[in-house]
Write a protein that binds this ligand. Structure first.
Ligand SMILES: C[S@@+](CC[C@H](N)C(=O)[O-])C[C@H]1O[C@@H](n2cnc3c(N)ncnc32)[C@H](O)[C@@H]1O
Length: 235
């Protein structure tokens, strides 16, 4: 471990931990394990949020659907769902706010730690940099990206653009349903989207993972309202 001039570990390093996340039926012999570097700073994207644990489990359970798919994760932060998608054979681009260089650097470290090759991209919602025009994801992921009302329109503008850029694609998101669905329903109508699947986030979690989660966590699959949804494959 590197230290400061007195040989002590830097304060930043003291706040860093590595968490391990397992997937599969046998806890003693997990089919997939992902290590995530977290930092207890006041930076949302350096912490594994419960929504990310739920979405990552969903990706694992739907792994046949993800194998070979092109996936973009928005507001990925520590990127657990995208990393599971990469592990099961998806071609993954992990994105976060282009101004959050520390978060983007941490994504690179976490990919390296797990020996996974993902593209890392600064993508700020509602901003049209050239790179967004090259993205044609089959599946867009977003864990806990619906938490700031002021950012909802920018997020939905980006999601709608990506859905339109890749016909037949779907946005899969997990969020805390704190005050009912009216906000999201309003946004879906506004942006020409529809919810094709809505699940209680805890309903498909293995019992060993439920104990660490609380709140009304929801998973929604969202597509363009003028498209017919493809059937989903469960494993
Ligand atoms: C609550 S954290 C969730 C992080 C991760 N998805 C998880 O669930 O652990 C919200 C994430 O959205 C990112 N974010 C916030 N505003 C954004 C914006 N305008 N454009 C892109 N990303 C943004 C943050 O940097 C952060 O990584």
């Amino acid at each position: 471990m590197e230290g400061n001039s007195s040989g002590e570990p830097a304060a930043d390093q003291l706040m860093t931990t590595t968490s391990r996340h397992q997937f599969g039926d046998d806890p003693d012999e997990p089919a997939v394990a992902i290590s995530v570097i977290e930092n207890m700073k006041e930076e949302y994207g350096l912490f594994v949020w419960p929504c990310s644990i739920v979405l990552a489990e969903y990706v694992w359970q739907q792994r046949l659907r993800f194998s070979g798919a092109t996936v973009v994760e928005l507001g990925a932060g520590t990127s657990l769902p995208g990393l599971v998608a990469a592990k099961v054979g998806a071609h993954v681009t992990l994105t976060d706010d282009a101004n959050k260089l520390e978060v983007l650097d941490n994504m690179r470290r976490v990919c390296h730690l797990n020996k996974l090759h993902c593209n890392i991209l600064g993508l700020t919602w509602g901003v049209w940099d050239a790179s967004i025009f090259t993205l044609c994801p089959r599946i867009i992921l977003g864990a806990d990206v619906l938490y700031d009302n002021d950012a909802f329109d920018d997020l939905f503008a980006t999601v709608t653009f990506l859905l339109q850029n890749s016909p037949g694609s779907v946005f899969i998101t997990t969020y805390h349903n704190r005050s009912g669905h009216h906000h999201i329903e309003f946004l879906m109508v506004k942006w020409g989207l529809k919810c094709v699947k809505l699940l209680d986030g805890l309903s498909f979690m293995p019992p060993c993972k439920v104990s660490g989660l609380s709140g009304n966590l929801q998973l929604a699959e969202i597509s363009l309202s003028n498209e017919v949804a493809e059937p989903t494959v469960s494993h």
